[in-house]
Design a protein around this ligand. Sequence first.
Ligand SMILES: [Zn+2]
Length: 185
Amino acid sequence: MSGKGMKRLRRNIVGALTALSLVLCLGSMLMWVRSYWVQDSVRWNNRQGKETTIGSSRGKLGIGSFTALTAENKSASRPFYKRDKPSDLDWSTIRAAQVNRTFPGGRYLSRKEKGFEGRGLLLSFPLIVALTGLAPGILAGVHARRRMIHGRRVRLSRCADCGYDLRATPERCPECGAIPAKAEA
Ligand SMILES: [Zn+2]
């Protein structure tokens, strides 16, 4: 693959990942707002009687996995969706945890004893929105800056790509070979 093709491929991959990140960011914003009216959760049991749940409530997203506590929860099940009133998602079953680590924007809990094993990760939506919004934000900033530099160069009759003075050669940049948009039209 040529250097140029490689560069384009890399730019496409970065673009796709950034777009995905933006979608996740916007989705998290919606979930963040929604989480104050509705608690959404999806849960399922695996064959070992472990229950896994992913839920959003009161500004937080939680992912937890526990030893099923009731007999009816011990059989394997497909994921099912449940809608509740918002709660604190504090997982009282593992709150009496041996590990209870708080970090900016989140908390990790785990508890292991005879007959019970559970762990959970709570992340605040502001943290998720900030993390997923980082790449799109940087890319938008880079683009805005590039547009600003190009605009200023064009106003000063310089090459938009390399900044070379084009007053003597307005139809083609002698430095980098770029054809100014004005000359193209
Ligand atoms: Zn140039």
